[in-house]
Design a binder for this molecule. Sequence first.
Ligand SMILES: Nc1ncnc2c1ncn2[C@@H]1O[C@H](COP(=O)(O)OP(=O)(O)OP(=O)(O)O)[C@@H](O)[C@H]1O
Ligand SMILES: [Mg+2]
Length: 230
Amino acid sequence: MSLASSLGSIRTVELVDVEVVYDGSVRALKVEELVFEPGFHIVMGPNGSGKTTLLDVVAGLVLPSRGKVVLNNLVNIAGLGEDARASIRRDHYSYLLQEDVFIESLSVWDNIAMPFIIHGIAVPEERILELAETLGIRGLLKRKPSKLSGGERRKASIVRALSRAFTASVVLLDEPTSFLDKDSSTRLVEVLESVLRGKIVIIATHDEKLAEIGDRIVRLRGGVVESVTS
Ligand SMILES: Nc1ncnc2c1ncn2[C@@H]1O[C@H](COP(=O)(O)OP(=O)(O)OP(=O)(O)O)[C@@H](O)[C@H]1O
Ligand SMILES: [Mg+2]
């Protein structure tokens, strides 16, 4: 049995004594202890305060310079190699990156379906169509990403991330409401609340309205946890 499948669903992510230093000099994050359990965790803080770095560390995309990132009190992903981390991400995580990344030569639909196809998983077509309908981009799925507006591209990324989130136990969303208008943001919040209940959801945002769904708010400043409120 692989490490990723032996983990079962992830119920805790614990950062212990974590420090991230980029390029040997930029200290982007320093966390003594932070535990994430199922629920909505909102990460707020000024530009450059370490929000994306925190999500990247939880995802095992950035390896901390020191410290541990422990799943289910069992596996320290910061001590694993690239392949093991990638398979844990594939089986247990969904991550909406801050920047929208598409293969521009493929349609929006194919971009959304691609992660499933690569991993040999049946494409959840109904779920994708339903999410696209709710977010108002169902009629745009055959277009190339470059033919979408900024907000529509964001929604396409969100549909891709949420279609994977059904089977994930850790969902990371980096500024999901960026580029979205007020009504779209409101609809997205409703979708997040209905689709992601019971999972470990960590959302980096500047959006005070979105922050209201948080069970807990973690505020960062200069890479350090300034406060945690619940
Ligand atoms: N790959 C990198 N190499 C070097 N420095 C980096 C890198 N990525 C981020 N940084 C620096 O690390 C710090 C934290 O950046 P991070 O992207 O985590 O901030 P953020 O809170 O997500 O900001 P924003 O609100 O602008 O998205 C910043 O000082 C940034 O310049
Ligand atoms: Mg960021």
